[in-house]
Design a protein around this ligand. Structure first.
Ligand code: NAP
Length: 283
C-alpha cells in the first residue's frame, strides 16, 4: 500500500485565498508588524516570506529590522509602541534573538491580543486550559488543518506527539487533546520510542533530526505529520520521518518540503485576521 500524500501547499493556498477574500470584505486593512533583530540569514528568508504573503492577502504589513546590538530595553520600547498603535493588529517577533535579549521577556511584553504567534503565557495558558478559540501557535494550528483535510478520525484516536517544545510539541499535544485524541508526548528521555510510535494512529513528529522515525516504527494506516525540517548533507530539506520507508506503511503522510511548512505562514495570516476582527469587529 502507498500512503496518500497530504498536499500542504494546496491546503495552505486555499487558506490564504480564503483569508484574502475575507480581508477584501473589510473596511480596513489588518496591520501586521514583524520584528527582526540582527542579520541571521535564515530569519531574513522567513521574514521576507511572511511579509510577502501578508501583503498578497491584503494586509498592511511591514518589517521592523533592528540592529543585532540593540538592548533588551530598547527592543521592549519598540514593542510597547506597536502594542499602543491602533493600526497594528498583529505583532510577531522572529526568533532566535541575540544573546543579550531574553526571549521570555519579549514574549511576555507583547499585548496578548496582538500575539499572532500564540506564544504569550496568557494565550498558551488558555490553550492549556482547553480553550481553543484564542490565538493559537501557527505550526500546530496548521497541523490540525492538515489532519482535518486528511479526514483523520480524531476522537478517541491514539496520537503521539514527538517533541515537547513550547512552539510545536506542547501546543500540538493540547490541540489533539482538545480534539478528543488520547495523547502521548514523547521526547529525548522517552524509553523505546519505536514502540511508542508503533502504537500511534496519528503521529506528529517535531524533533529536528533527519529521518529519525523509520518506516517500521509506523503503524499500518497511521496518519503521519512531519513537522521537522533539517538540511541534509546534499543541501536538500528533510523531515524527521524516513519518507520513502514510511510511505509504504502509513495511510496518509505529509512530505517535506510541501507539508507543514506552507501551513505555518497561512495560519499566521489567519491569526492576524482573527486578531484584527477581535480588536475592531467586522469593520
Ligand atoms: P526544539 O525546541 O529543538 O524541540 C525538539 C524536541 O525534540 C524536544 O522536545 C526534544 O526533547 C525532542 N528530541 C530531541 N532529540 C530527540 C530524540 N533523539 N528522541 C526523541 N525526542 C527528541 O525544536 P522545535 O522548535 O519544536 O522544532 C522541531 C522541528 O520542527 C525542527 O526541525 C524545526 O525546524 C521544525 N519546525 C518546523 C516548522 C514548520 O513550519 N514546518 C515550524 C517550527 C519548527 P527534550 O525536550 O527532551 O529536549
Amino acid at each position: 500500500m502507498t500512503a496518500r500524500i497530504i498536499d500542504g501547499k494546496a491546503v495552505a493556498q486555499r487558506l490564504r485565498e480564503e483569508v484574502a477574500r475575507r480581508v477584501a470584505g473589510l473596511s480596513f486593512r489588518p496591520g501586521l508588524r514583524v520584528i527582526r533583530v540582527g542579520d541571521d540569514p535564515a530569519s531574513g528568508v522567513y521574514v521576507r516570506n511572511k511579509d510577502r504573503a501578508a501583503a498578497a492577502a491584503g494586509f498592511d504589513s511591514a518589517t521592523l529590522h533592528l540592529p543585532a546590538g540593540i538592548s533588551e530595553a530598547a527592543l521592549l520600547a519598540e514593542l510597547a509602541a506597536l502594542n499602543a498603535d491602533p493600526a497594528v493588529d498583529g505583532i510577531l517577533v522572529q526568533l532566535p534573538l541575540p544573546p543579550q535579549i531574553r526571549p521570555e521577556a519579549v514574549i511576555d511584553a507583547l499585548d496578548p491580543a496582538k500575539d499572532v504567534d500564540g506564544f504569550h503565557p496568557l494565550n498558551a495558558g488558555r490553550l492549556a486550559s482547553g480553550e481553543t478559540g484564542g490565538l493559537l501557535p501557527c505550526t500546530p494550528k496548521g497541523v490540525m488543518h492538515l489532519l482535518r483535510e486528511a479526514g483523520a478520525a480524531l476522537p478517541g484516536a491514539r496520537a503521539l506527539v514527538l517533541g515537547r517544545s513550547r512552539i510545536v510539541g506542547r501546543p500540538m499535544a493540547q490541540l489533539l487533546l482538545a480534539a478528543d485524541c488520547t495523547v502521548t508526548v514523547a521526547h529525548s528521555r522517552t524509553r523505546d520510542l519505536a514502540a511508542e510510535c508503533r502504537r500511534a494512529e496519528i503521529l506528529v513528529a517535531a524533533v529536528g533530526r533527519a529521518a529519525m522515525v523509520r518506516g517500521d516504527w509506523i503503524a499500518e494506516d497511521a496518519v503521519v505529520i512531519d513537522v521537522g525540517i533539517t538540511r541534509g548533507a546534499d543541501g536538500r530539506l528533510v523531515g524527521d520521518v524516513a519518507f520513502a520507508e514510511a510511505v509504504t506503511r502509513a495511510g496518509a503522510i505529509t512530505p517535506v518540503p510541501g507539508g507543514v511548512g506552507p501551513m505555518t505562514i497561512a495560519c499566521l495570516l489567519e491569526n492576524t485576521l482573527q486578531a484584527a476582527l477581535a480588536r475592531r469587529g467586522g469593520g
